[in-house]
Design a protein around this ligand. Structure first.
Ligand SMILES: [Zn+2]
Ligand SMILES: [Zn+2]
Length: 272
């Protein structure tokens, strides 16, 4: 009988400025929670002048990769540890993004947008008046990323929904169907995918990013490639919401999740 295969494809270690968890602890917890595979996906943010010196440079990546390689050896036979990275708004500096991705042999690259210009999406005071403009600007930037960026899956594609909901401003992402369709089409044409990010289960929206409606839309356009990731910034959150996300993926019509090695996807059946 085959064992269910669970792979958490989005998490942050102490190398990210917003996490204090060693890679080793991420791995131990993943094993304890019954996961067979993880992708460690620390941040590499572009246009991030507010961050302390020491992040988001070559030395940062060297330390991070060394830790992942050590974990790969330490947990060999117990857990597959993939070398991932979450690029934040890489289209701000495509030349730097290219050199980052050429510096190391990554297995999996998430393309995310956390900032538009000087606006940090998690810090905006959202209200019914400004949310539409912010969403339109965000989806413009997301289209550029989908169209020309180097990534494997787009990260938390409707993340504004999460931040706005925290402030009591619900956003129906299907109102942006016109913006989302071309993004999904480019992702599909380019053989890339989107992630199903379960962080929302730990917050006000109580569901995934994107939600069931957007997942169905992506599927209806021919989308096949999805990964599932917790976006854990501490060990306790590893794998949380994974099974619920898998159930939603199935409801949306996906039978497989993607795993990545050397940036090539393999599809395996989803077992919640
Ligand atoms: Zn992110
Ligand atoms: Zn993340």
């Amino acid at each position: 009988m085959s064992r269910r295969y669970h792979a958490d494809y989005h998490m942050h270690s102490m190398h990210s400025p917003d996490s204090r968890t060693p890679v080793e602890e991420l791995c131990r917890t993943a094993i304890q929670k019954g996961f067979q595979e993880i992708a460690s996906t620390d941040h590499f943010a572009f246009d991030a002048p507010g961050y302390p010196v020491g992040f988001f440079n070559l030395r940062y990546l060297e330390k991070l990769m060394a830790d992942i390689e050590a974990a790969q050896k330490q947990f060999e036979g117990q857990l597959i540890v993939r070398k991932g990275i979450e690029l934040g708004q890489p289209m701000v500096n495509p030349a730097l993004a290219k050199s980052v991705l050429e510096s190391f042999q990554f297995d999996y690259v998430i393309g995310s947008i956390h900032k538009i210009g000087t606006l940090t999406l998690s810090n905006v005071a959202y209200n019914a008046k400004n949310v539409e403009d912010i969403c339109l600007n965000y989806f413009d930037a997301m289209y550029d990323l989908a169209d020309e960026g180097d990534f494997d899956c787009l990260g938390h594609i409707d993340v504004i929904r999460l931040y706005a909901a925290k402030q009591g401003t619900p956003v129906d992402m299907m109102e942006y169907e016109e913006q989302l369709i071309p993004i999904f089409r480019r992702v599909i044409e380019r053989g890339k995918g989107i992630e199903i990010n379960s962080t929302g289960f730990r917050q006000e929206i109580s569901t995934t990013l994107p939600g069931l409606d957007l997942l169905k839309l992506y599927r209806s356009l021919g989308g096949q490639i999805v990964t599932i990731g917790s976006d854990a910034h501490r060990a306790a959150d590893i794998g949380s919401g994974w099974s619920e996300s898998a159930i939603l993926a199935k409801q949306a019509g996906f039978d497989y999740i993607a795993l990545y090695e050397d940036r090539r996807p393999t599809l395996i059946p989803i077992e919640s």
